[in-house]
Design a protein around this ligand. Sequence first.
Ligand code: I3S
Length: 128
Amino acid sequence: TCTNACFSPQPSEKCGVLNVTKITENGKKVRKNWTSSWTVLQGSSLLFAKGQGAGPSWFGGGQSKPEFTVDLRGGSVEWASKDKSSKKHVIEVKTRQGTELLIQSENDSVVTEWFRTLQDTISTHAWE
Ligand code: I3S
């Protein structure tokens, strides 16, 4: 966890740098665009930011907004099958709104921790 490192204004459950791409948006397939993003889990929301200023103190500035946010409630997380990506350590996140994301890191323990955290988050918020 990184409660002191990233405030938005609430402490976040987890944050760090991940490679991210959408593959589906509102049920429609979109072109992959892998981007290194500062990723923050806050409650049942997963926020992504990139570019200048994105990092542990990023939210403190008050001006930057996340590039995009997904609501994990009612969603699912699984290890991506090989046909989804040639990369290693890829998680597939599906939201109830019909967005599908792939998130990845070259560091397998980083990805494994995110996988567990996302699963926990989805089960914790399942009944909201
Ligand atoms: O699933 P795909 O289409 O093989 O994904 C690859 C492409 O999106 C590719 O971009 P362009 O087709 O726009 O050049 C990306 O550079 C690759 O990273 C994508 O595949 P991986 O296997 O890395 O997710």
